[in-house]
Write a new protein. Sequence first.
Length: 517
Amino acid sequence: MKDQLIIFDTTLRDGEQSPGAAMTQDEKLRIALALQRLRVDVIEAGFAAASPGDFAAVQTIAREITDCTVCSLARANAGDIHKAGEALRQGRRKRIHTFIATSPIHMEKKLRMTPEQVFDSAVGAVKLAREYTDDVEFSAEDAVRSDMDFLCRVFEAVIKAGATTINVPDTVGYSIPELWGERMRQLIARVPNAGKVVWSTHCHNDLGLAVANSLAAVQAGARQVECTINGLGERAGNASLEEVVMAVKTRSDVFEVETRIDATQIVPCSRLVSGITGYPVQPNKAVVGANAFAHESGIHQDGVLKHRQTYEIMRAEDVGWAANKLTLGKLSGRNAFRARLEELGYKFRSEGELAEAFARFKDLADKKHEIFDEDLQMLVTQSDAARTEERVQLVWMEAMSKTGTRPVAKVALNLAGEIREQQAQGDGPVDAVFAAIEKLIGSGAKLLLYSVNNITTGTDSQGEVTVRLTKDGRVVNGLGADTDIVIASAKAYVNAINRLEVPIERAHPQRSFEPTP
Ligand code: KIV
Ligand code: ZN
């Protein structure tokens, strides 16, 4: 029988550290429920000590999730551990994940602590965490650049103190597969009582090697992989869950492990995370990208038609692309609409919520005769956004483009109950719309990113627009979808403005540290 590979999802914690990906409590809960349907083993719900909002999100997820272990991150100090323990109190299966950096550069320059102080903090934190739960994970941040002898000494001590999972992070994405596998192999061989704990790997993607490094660690004996949906995360991101899971499954001839993941939930979960965080999935992304199963060249198409396995190593439907089919149309009723969304894992919380989403569906069906699952998912994501009390709302807009003239746009916004209109010119229709919105609200925000994606194929497809804005050091992503990409752009800009108004302040786990009192 194969060993189980524990899938530890950190989309809600490390993933949320991506610029602009901060989520509300409600959004986090929706993702946690999707992760539960995906059957991940551990959900890292957040960093309870970061802010009251993070504390509440961890608490809610711990209360609502019944089939996965729920985990909170905590720095290796008493305050953080107490917060994590409190937030998880009502959880069925709870884990405290405590960490401290062990590399010379982090200890000296960031923590300003001696190795002995770090050693004592690690042991103290694990002992304290065990007072809240039997499931305690310890991470040696920047293990990749840590001295091997020191790392072994710290790991030996934290195992003795009660840690049950030892996580070895490549915090800066510096390693390469051969070296990372070797490091894991050596640690398991050298640390006394290594067999009493689960060894885990946590890789960042700075060199594009996070998945390859994670898989090398699995081959060397790691039995937990820390990863995120769509590879979301700090800088270039974390190891992508869907790639790790499908590599292990597709190459079961090579890996001696299996996961309990329901792979058919991968694509719906990927779409949900992308919709909520405003991070589009690149079309050529493995497993979940729009082109992952598209065959362009005639030779490939011919081969696949004759025998699928000539060019396909996985089946699209096995990872949830089966959902990518024509589903509903203009004449579909409310029950069919509800039933299809339930099949996609979305449950309406009230009849009012269903009615509001159904009205949007009818609007869309008027503009677009074929409605796909991706359209439905975007529609409910948008409905959720609409339900949150948005101070700024788009009432209508028009934009004019004509060869030889400067585009002009008119926009009407509902500003806390008052309808106001403005007109502006711009370098293109989208630029003109943004300028008109800014004339009305004068936010002073700076545009960092603008991107457009097709939700499905065809010229009547909805365009999904992401707008990233920054103001006073905060970064937010706004999302908008419409069959008209200029309108989608206006919706995305307004969505980002509203998000700027909801302060989600949090400490960053890797940036500050108060030594153990
Ligand atoms: O990258 C990292 O080192 C982390 C730790 C907190 C596990 O995210
Ligand atoms: Zn990380």
